[in-house]
Design a protein around this ligand. Structure first.
Ligand code: IVH
Length: 662
């Protein structure tokens, strides 16, 4: 990037970051996630590091944001409340370490690593052991007097004993709201038609800034301490010990004294793994040098101390550029536009593709090729584009139009009026065929160990297979000569294929990839008909009499078994596999009851819960309808929850469900 290009980008980034900072810190609202905002700030910081003479005093990197709200009395902090510099990787951590080592030539020192709570910083001052006042951080120099509200926080002691009784001591820490409370409060707000909070940090901030302390109390805030001013300590570890002795919470078993960088990295990984399961949100570790003398000596640059750093977890959102938009053809012919991204790390992995779902979604986002965007990744889900940063446009961005023909087989595309998804309806489309093969070997179908899309591509592209039945004819000698294969790996695959030949009827049906036949329908069909022959002969009426099978599904299944191409394929396939017929469903205590699951359960996975329902004679289903008997709502329930409410379907929680299956 040339300097003039950098200058232009920096200017635009500054404006955009400032816009979001104002929304967030002053208005208490944010259009993009904080992680995406961090990602923008990080890019700005990197560019300014590269071109230091482009740093201006008004850059967001040069100040701590947040004007105190007008309603509260202002309190000037006796000691400034600083902020921390962020690092996002071991590499950046090591760079920080190298910098401070230069300033601390006397040699070895330890670190203190603790959670970085995702809440709101507070300063609580005790005089002669009595809580005198409490203030928010504000701009670091002046905060807001929230004493009344802080007094409602049960984890904040109103008086302290021992050394805390001598003169003035100040405890600093983070006020936060647990994930459970956050969900409950938002649910309540929704019911009342009140404000919905985007995240628990906003809610904590909103709750502390209530003029009526009763409202604050009802939000049941929590407080975790991390600094103790007004007493002398040799190390941060000692400071934490003393905080606990005075009756404050600290990071408990999430904090650790570490002897070297390697130990910090190990601790970081361990905590990152536990992060999702914690009762409250943390967004990284705070790592400080564990010698207060050294901490002091290292001093402060701008608004951040040199002796501590925020070692942030990989964000689940980041900003990057859309370099192209391509169209992917799925198993059912559905066309999905996919953004080709400038590779970016999200949640610890590099991402170069993000789904755009359909043409309507591109319109909704207002996305053009060349745009800067926010990309997110949740759990195991495919990354998606969440927002277009139109302010960063250069004028060279290009409109995207959905093709009129399938990009693979070139046949015309069909889009029904009321459907959002454009489709390639050519059943012989090679792209659809390929996706069908991937589906055939997948975990819930034939589950052939080690045989994924890449290897199937190699088989197809080398002419080793034409259809799924051919997989069962493969020999070691066919596979071993392929690139990146050897005799051992060929042997393993052939063995895995052999082991998968015997298959329960339901999985076999699912593997066929019949339109609308998902995992649950396949099980219903298998249990109802018992054998493949009976199913293949079934009339449409017969099919429709199966629980959970409607007209469209019945039509699809009926049609599939009568298509010449499928009949030939089945004949060929049945020579290679051994289907275990299904037993008629036995009656159990959940017989005839239809269950739909939404959200996460604590005690078991979704698959385990469904299996339990089936075992007891019930029917797990994916969609909520008026025939659904129970919707089991775990934490973070999705749209199924709302649908159940609308239809008046009985909603039960995990506890109720456990009672039912006990
Ligand atoms: S130490 C020099 N420890 O992170 C600042 N801060 O960017 C001393 N935070 O405003 C802060 N958990 O609100 C420290 N365990 C922790 C923390 C923590 C969260 C917040 C704090 C501060 C910001 C620093």
């Amino acid at each position: 990037m040339t300097k003039s290009e950098a200058k232009e980008r920096i200017e635009k980034l500054k404006k955009l970051i400032d816009k979001y900072r104002y929304q967030y810190h002053v208005l208490n609202k944010l259009e993009i996630s904080e992680e995406a905002l961090d990602s923008l700030k990080h890019e700005l910081k990197k560019m300014e590091d590269e071109f230091p003479d482009l740093v201006t005093p008004d850059s967001p990197t040069q100040r701590v944001a947040g004007k105190p709200l007008k309603e509260f009395k202002k309190i000037r902090h006796q000691t400034k409340m600083l902020s921390l510099e962020d690092v996002f990787s071991e590499e950046e951590f090591s760079e920080w370490l190298a910098r401070i080592k230069k300033l601390a030539p006397q040699g070895k020192f330890s670190f203190y690593a603790e959670p970085k709570f995702d809440g709101l910083a507070l300063s609580i001052v005790y005089e002669n052991g009595i809580l005198k006042y409490a203030a928010t951080r504000g701009d670091g120099e002046t905060g807001e007097d929230v004493t009344q509200n802080v007094r409602t926080i049960e984890s904040v002691p109103l008086s302290v004993e021992g050394n805390g009784r001598n003169g003035r001591v100040e405890v600093r820490g983070e006020a936060l709201i647990t994930k459970k409370n956050f969900e409950a409060i938002n649910k309540e707000q929704k019911k009342k038609g009140g404000q919905i909070y985007a995240n628990s940090r906003n809610l904590a901030a909103g709750s502390l800034r209530q003029l009526d302390p009763k409202i604050t109390a009802s939000r049941r805030l929590d407080f975790f301490s991390y600094d103790l001013l007004g007493m002398d300590f040799r190390s941060h570890s000692e400071e934490h010990k003393s905080l606990r002795e005075l009756g404050f919470k600290t990071g408990e078993d999430l904090e650790k004294r570490c002897e070297d960088a390697e130990e910090v990295f190990r601790h970081y990984k361990k905590i990152a793994e536990r992060r999702e399961k914690l009762a409250y949100n943390i967004d990284g570790l705070v790592v400080s040098v564990d010698s207060n003398k050294l901490y002091k000596k290292l001093g402060v640059v701008g608004k951040t101390p040199r002796g501590a750093i925020a070692f942030k977890f990989s964000p689940r959102e980041a900003t990057t550029k859309v370099e192209d938009i391509v169209v992917q053809v799925g198993r059912t012919g559905a066309l999905t536009p996919v953004a080709v991204l400038k590779p970016v790390e999200i949640g610890g992995v590099m991402v170069s593709r993000a789904t755009l779902h359909n043409e309507d979604e591109i319109k909704r986002l207002g996305l053009k090729i060349g745009d800067s965007v926010v990309v997110g990744r949740a759990g195991d889900v495919i990354p998606d584009v969440r927002k277009v940063l139109k302010e960063l446009r250069t004028g060279h961005e290009k409109e995207f139009h959905m093709p009129k023909h399938c990009p693979v087989c070139k046949k015309p595309i069909e889009k029904k009026e009321r459907e959002v998804q454009a489709k390639c309806v050519n059943k012989l489309c090679p792209a659809r065929h390929r996706e069908n093969l991937y589906h055939f070997v997948s975990r819930k179908a034939f589950n052939i160990d080690g045989l994924g899309p890449k290897i199937l591509d190699a088989f197809l592209d080398n002419g080793l297979i034409q259809d799924a039945a051919d997989i069962f004819e493969l020999k070691e000698g066919d596979i071993a000569p392929l690139e990146r294969f050897g005799e051992k790996s060929a042997e393993n695959i052939v063995l895995a294929i052999k082991n998968s030949r015997k298959i329960p009827l339901a999985r076999f049906l699912y593997a066929l990839g019949i339109l609308h036949v998902g995992e649950e329908t396949a099980i219903d069909l298998a249990e109802h008909f018992g054998s493949l022959d009976k199913l293949a002969e079934a009339s449409k009426e017969n099919l429709e009499s199966v629980p959970n099978v409607g007209g469209v599904m019945a039509e699809s299944v009926y049609g599939w078994f009568r298509e010449e191409r499928n009949k030939n394929f089945l004949k060929k396939l049945l020579r290679c596999v051994d289907i275990e017929n299904s037993k008629k469903k036995k009656l159990g205590k959940l017989a005839g009851k239809i269950f739909v699951f939404t959200g996460e359960m604590e005690s078991m996975s979704r698959d385990e819960a469904k299996a339990k329902v089936r075992e007891l004679g019930g029917d797990p289903s994916e969609t909520v309808s008026k025939n659904t008997d129970y919707v089991v709502a775990g934490s973070n329930p999705g749209s199924k929850y709302d649908k159940a409410k609308k239809l008046g379907v009985k909603i039960i929680d995990e506890k109720d469900f456990l009672k039912m299956i006990r």
